[in-house]
Design a binder for this molecule. Structure first.
Ligand SMILES: N[C@@H](CCC(=O)N[C@@H](CS)C(=O)NCC(=O)O)C(=O)O
Length: 208
């Protein structure tokens, strides 16, 4: 049977989707691409996703999905037993939605505009400021997440896809040292998720 094809790059947001697929036992093919401007695989990525972003998912019927959270919903539909999203009626469902969208719509864009700030502003000074301001904003956002993080998982007793986001996104800027010093509850969740048997191969492949 044809499998979904996930386009990703090592250590990028596709790791979150790979973790969700691993928890759900969802089989998929994987294609490594590099989204950088001068990369030989960028044209291939643009062919599928004009945003030039990973993760990008091509379903067996050819439907293209972008946006990691959309893919989490897909995985949840295919394999509800994986428990990625609290079910309708569960009081944790709106809480899940709030923080999942916070991660993808507030935290993730700090990288979109901060990773390569020269793309968005006219000069070096502007680029430096944009990098600094997005880095600062992200730190504030993680402090906010730390303040409400539960244990052993982000939503308390209930493991969800939020824990998968936390596991991968704490590997990114501002880096493990900053997270350890400023967001110990978040780090504990990340470590617990990364140590899950189904997830260790994915985390190792992506983050070493
Ligand atoms: N909202 C998207 C964000 C995806 C994203 O920004 N991915 C990064 C890699 S981790 C990327 O492709 N960056 C290149 C770019 O934005 O041009 C999602 O949740 O999947």
């Amino acid at each position: 049977m044809k499998k979904p094809l996930l386009l990703g790059c090592q250590g990028c947001g596709n790791a979150i989707v790979e973790c969700a697929f691993a928890l759900g036992g969802i089989d998929y093919d994987y294609e490594e691409v590099d989204y950088s401007a001068d990369s030989p695989t960028r044209p291939r990525l643009l062919e599928v996703n004009p945003l030039g972003q990973v993760p990008t998912l091509v379903l067996p019927d050819g439907t293209v999905m972008t946006e990691s959270l959309a893919m989490i919903h897909y995985a949840n539909d295919v394999m509800p037993k994986a428990g990625l999203i609290p079910a309708p009626g569960d009081p944790l469902r709106p809480v899940f939605y709030r923080w999942a969208v916070f991660l993808v719509a507030a935290v993730y864009p700090t990288f979109t505009y901060g990773d390569d700030p020269k793309k968005w502003v006219a000069n070096e000074e502007g680029a430096k400021q944009l990098r600094e301001s997005t880095d600062r904003l992200r730190q504030d956002q993680w402090r906010q997440l730390e303040a409400i993080a539960g244990a052993p998982w982000f939503l308390g007793e209930r493991r969800t896809a939020l824990d998968l986001y936390v596991a991968s996104m704490t590997r990114w800027r501002p880096g493990r040292k900053w997270f350890a010093a400023n967001t110990p509850k978040v780090v504990a969740i990340a470590e617990r998720a990364s140590a899950l048997e189904e997830l260790t191969p994915v985390m190792k492949k992506n983050f070493g």
